[in-house]
Design a protein around this ligand. Structure first.
Ligand SMILES: Cc1cc2nc3c(=O)[nH]c(=O)nc-3n(C[C@H](O)[C@H](O)[C@H](O)COP(=O)(O)OP(=O)(O)OC[C@H]3O[C@@H](n4cnc5c(N)ncnc54)[C@H](O)[C@@H]3O)c2cc1C
Length: 196
């Protein structure tokens, strides 16, 4: 069981939040970036999510990098990441680098359960072990089930589990998000930087 657990892998994530003038924002909540010459994969505009996320007169652009823990980008010093993100923002023609007031880096390990050739077998081993040895432990949610769930799927697995526990229902929590196609459409042969 431990070998199966240790064999599960993840894609990790880091965001460089750049504080810029409000006028540098855009109306969208986010923009996906496909330019192969840039490392950034997506940009969040936090003022578009909520004015309470930013200071008046400013917005915050979250430059998102899909990485592996310990790789070259992950290991860069914060100042270098802020410089990289500022440069890429300018390269995209969105905001000149001298308008970036300040930046913050947040690294998030294990943001994305990784589907390799063996993950299903490993999840099954853990599932079987839990059912046998610790049936009162109920795995739900994204990393709880090592399932690339969105927020709705994650909450739904929790709701169904509570019904199983309290109402004696027998929902198959592992059936959530098996048939549905949550993943964004990707043409064969195209390597996407996109992640949710
Ligand atoms: C960058 C990014 C963007 C996303 N965008 C979207 C989107 O636009 N729409 C959407 O639907 N989904 C989105 N998702 C997916 C969504 O965030 C997840 O599906 C959802 O948050 C998973 O919920 P969860 O409750 O399973 O896990 P989480 O939200 O990760 O909650 C797990 C909690 O457990 C805590 N925890 C971990 N270990 C311990 C411990 N040992 N003891 C106590 N607490 C612990 C963590 O701190 C965390 O608060 C996105 C994900 C990422 C990474």
């Amino acid at each position: 069981m431990l070998a199966a657990a240790n064999a599960l892998s993840y894609r990790d994530f880091l965001t460089v939040a750049l504080v810029v003038p409000e006028s540098a924002g855009f109306p969208d909540n986010w923009i996906y970036v496909h330019s192969p010459e840039l490392q950034v994969g997506r940009i969040q505009n936090f003022a578009s999510w909520s004015p309470f996320l930013v200071k008046e007169g400013r917005t915050c652009l979250g430059m998102e990098y899909f990485v592996f823990e310990g790789d070259e980008t992950w290991s860069m010093p914060d100042d270098d990441l802020i410089a990289l993100a500022s440069k890429e923002l300018a390269q995209l023609g969105l905001v000149p680098a001298d308008q970036v007031e300040r930046g913050f880096v947040v690294r998030m390990p294990k943001a994305y359960p990784f589907y390799d050739a063996h993950y299903k077998k490993n999840v099954d081993i853990m599932r079987g072990w839990l059912a046998e040895v610790a049936p009162n432990v109920h795995p739900v949610g994204r990393n709880g089930m090592h399932r690339y769930n969105n927020q709705d799927h994650s909450m739904y697995t929790a709701l169904l589990t509570v019904q199983n526990m309290i109402d004696g229902a027998s929902h198959d929590v592992w059936g959530v998000n098996v048939e549905e196609d949550y993943h964004e459409e990707v043409s064969p042969g195209y390597t996407s930087k996109m992640s949710l």
